[in-house]
Design a protein. Structure first.
Length: 100
């Protein structure tokens, strides 16, 4: 489904792997044993840790997800939210400016 989070995640992952062939990128699958709020995609690019929470174009981020992104930023990582397929280019732009 073109507007689902899983569709956006798939497209974002494909775009990142195309733009940055050397990227380390992992999709986090949540379960009852996972730490709540961990962003959907975790990666490393040129020694820079980053995390992306993926939402649909009109998705709503939770307080717990915002907390995790804030903690990542405080630890020196790059933390971002991708809103829909429209947000993919912005994620690439941020990584180009901060991790290259």
């Amino acid at each position: 489904m073109p507007n689902s989070e899983s569709y956006v995640q798939k497209k974002l992952k494909e775009a990142l792997e195309t733009a940055f062939p050397e990227i380390y990128l992992r999709k986090i699958h949540q379960s009852m044993y996972s730490h709540n709020g961990i962003p959907d995609l975790l990666g490393c690019l040129n020694g820079h840790f980053f995390a992306v929470e993926v939402k649909t174009s009109n998705g709503i981020i939770t307080k717990l997800q915002l907390r995790e992104l804030r903690l990542i930023k405080e630890a020196g990582g790059i933390a971002m939210i991708c809103y829909g397929k429209e947000g993919i280019n912005e994620i690439i732009r941020v990584l180009e400016s901060q991790a290259l």
